[in-house]
Design a protein around this ligand. Sequence first.
Ligand code: FE2
Ligand code: FE2
Length: 275
Amino acid sequence: MTSPQIPASDPVLVAPETWLIPNLAAAGPGQYLPVNSLLVRGSEPIIVDTGAPVHRQRWLDQVFSLVDPEDVRWIFLSHDDGDHIGGLADALAMCPSATVVTNFFATERLSLERSLPIRRLRWLEPGDSFLAGDRRMRLVLPPIFDGPTTRGLFDEHTGVLWGVDSFAAMTTGSVRRRDDVPEDLYVESFALLNSLVSPWHQWLDPARYRRHVDSVADLHPDTVATAHGPLLTGDAIGDAFDRVRAMAAAPRVMPPGQAALDELVAATVHGPAVA
Ligand SMILES: [Fe+2]
Ligand SMILES: [Fe+2]
């Protein structure tokens, strides 16, 4: 859901020449789901994901207020979910020098809804990297993901990790950093959203999963930016990795069901209930 009351979202500098492109979706009274992307404006600028269709025009305004489309050399597509490809067609058309970093399966899946210029693609896998001018960007498999094509991105130059759908949590609006999110909201929404994104966590072997999570944490990122959560720095990074390690073999966190939907429909039709 979106509403005109959603707080405005200016890009946030998170590291040298690196901006979070923040957007929000309404998620309940005073609560919002972040829908972020990233721009790395090194000597070869990289657009990292392209936002959601509902934010398309705002996303284009945000990104191209910071970089000339003609200068963009890379579009990193973390995966083919709709909330990450909202501006993809525009970016491809506006940025003629940009190569799209993606993979075989994402291309296959995307080809069912749009054609991609195959000469402008590069297919990379976790562990691969690409050199974007002064930046070496390494692809990683994030600890939590909801699509098989998902790859995160680590900037070896700045220590910024793009965690894609990992570490999701609600915020209270234009709040950008984990420490500014009320503790209860962070803890509860982190548990719910990460379980929703990767419900297979209940079947994981904790020791094997720990080794995977450790392999990502061992990058020792200075900043973790994600599509659906607040920015993580300092102790918040280790805390977030600990929270996902603890999800292995833990039961799913159940989402709201029909009763909640009935309430939502009633509030929409009749207005909020008055005690
Ligand atoms: Fe996703
Ligand atoms: Fe997403």
